[in-house]
Ligand binder design. Structure first.
Ligand SMILES: Cc1ncc(COP(=O)(O)O)c(C=O)c1O
Length: 405
């Protein structure tokens, strides 16, 4: 059902197209799964549900067989805090490679919790500089850095960094730090293999590529990271990984499990399996290519442009579109939402007002993307933002030749 401003607000017919990079639209199968009556926690269906989610999520990130899949009731920030609480502490610094708003946020959180945080320089519109990561690791001669906390896709800038390059930086520097990857925005959108990357932790949340409401964070934790956490004397309870490696549902969640969210995740994993993961990833790449084609076309008019300056780093999940000075991203969003029924996300932190973000993540298809781009082109016109008309045609042209698999 469409959310309404108030009971007396006029009904908006049809469906508003949601193109935020999270929360993303819920497929009908997920909506239906969320309508689950509670079960008593001894019901074997509870453990079967949790087990299916654990196995499915481990497969999604290609986790090693002996990795543990741990859940936390919470959003992506909860997953971040779990990592900080388990891996960092006195004598255990974090290297958080500069990559945009979300790297900054994670670094700020770790520092706020008392951890020593080392960063690397970051230029707006660019992915993580893996050479700077390697240098920071080489400079850390006494191995104070316990973990590299790397954000795969910076959702604020629409930029995906090369996680294999971060792995190579660790290997080249001969540094033993653990590799922790934030896949909140890249899960089920970008190819990601914990095994191939030799990653120690991969974390995600329910509300983006998984197409489930927010509220469930999870992480695959390898044996080396579990051992490091076991040796970490910093006090913690709710976040403690060791406590979560439990045989029963109450232990796994440090309390009552959120069964409807788990049912939503199971339904989502079923949809991904039905479509097949390679086809899901190919669809994300195809739809992103259409959005990139449209924005590139509009950019000839001078009022907008792609925020990501490196074509190979453009995210398949979300496109951040720069606005020329003097144009207000929030006003553009409002016109797109209220007049054209296309909901975009806004700019975050230093990008507030300067960019709008077009989500193409999760339960999206060609018709929805073309409709959204048409609405955004309409809103650009209403707002008088200079752009070359015909972005939708450019997107159609891109979709017409993009490989289906
Ligand atoms: C890459 C990334 N990491 C972490 C977060 C934080 O997640 P949450 O908003 O669920 O706390 C987000 C949110 O958009 C994100 O995009």
């Amino acid at each position: 059902m469409e959310p309404s401003m108030s009971l007396s607000a006029p009904r908006i017919p049809g469906r508003r197209l949601l193109h935020s990079p999270g929360p993303t639209p819920l497929p009908d199968a997920v909506l239906a799964a969320l309508m689950l009556q509670p079960m008593d926690l001894a019901d074997p269906r509870v453990m079967a549900l949790i087990g299916d989610c654990e196995q499915g999520l481990k497969a999604l990130v290609d986790a090693p067989a002996d990795a543990e899949l741990l859940f936390f009731i919470g959003n992506g920030h909860a997953a971040w805090e779990a990592v900080v609480a388990n891996l960092l502490g006195p004598g255990r610094a974090a290297l958080v490679p500069g990559g945009g708003t979300f790297s900054n946020g994670w670094a700020e959180m770790a520092a706020g919790l008392g951890a020593e945080v080392i960063g690397t320089p970051h230029a707006e519109g660019q992915p993580i500089d893996s050479a700077a990561v390697e240098q920071a690791l080489r400079d850390d001669r006494d191995h104070r850095i316990a973990a590299v906390l790397a954000v795969h896709t910076d959702t604020a800038g629409g930029i995906t960094s090369d996680m294999a390059a971060i792995r190579r930086a660790l290997d080249a520097a001969g540094h033993p730090a653990l590799l922790v990857i934030d896949a909140v925005a890249s899960l089920a959108a970008e190819p990601l293999s914990m095994r191939a990357l030799g990653a120690d932790v991969v974390l995600g949340a329910s509300q983006k590529g998984l197409m489930v409401p927010p509220g469930l964070a999870f992480m695959a934790v390898g044996q080396a990271a579990l051992a490091s956490a076991r040796d970490n004397p910093v006090p913690r309870w709710y976040w403690d990984w060791q406590r979560r490696v439990a045989p029963h549902s109450y232990g796994k969640f440090c309390g009552t499990p959120p069964l409807p969210l788990l049912a939503g995740v199971r339904a989502s994993l079923g949809l991904i399996a039905q479509e097949t993961l390679p086809a899901v990833l190919a669809r994300h790449r195809r739809l992103a290519g259409a959005v990139h084609a449209a924005v590139t076309h509009w950019a000839a008019g001078g009022g907008v442009g792609l925020h990501c300056r490196v074509p190979s780093a453009r995210s398949v999940a979300v496109t951040a579109m720069d606005l020329a000075p003097g144009h207000d991203g929030e006003a553009l969003r409002t016109v797109a939402r209220e007049r054209f029924q296309v909901a975009m996300a806004g700019g975050l932190a230093t990008l507030a007002g300067r960019v709008v973000r077009i989500g193409h993540l999760g339960d999206q298809n060609e018709a929805g993307i073309l409709g959204a781009l048409a609405g955004i082109e309409g809103a650009l016109g209403v707002q008088g933002i200079p752009h070359a008309r015909g972005g939708v045609e450019a997107a159609i042209a891109a979709l017409s030749v993009a490989p289906m698999h």
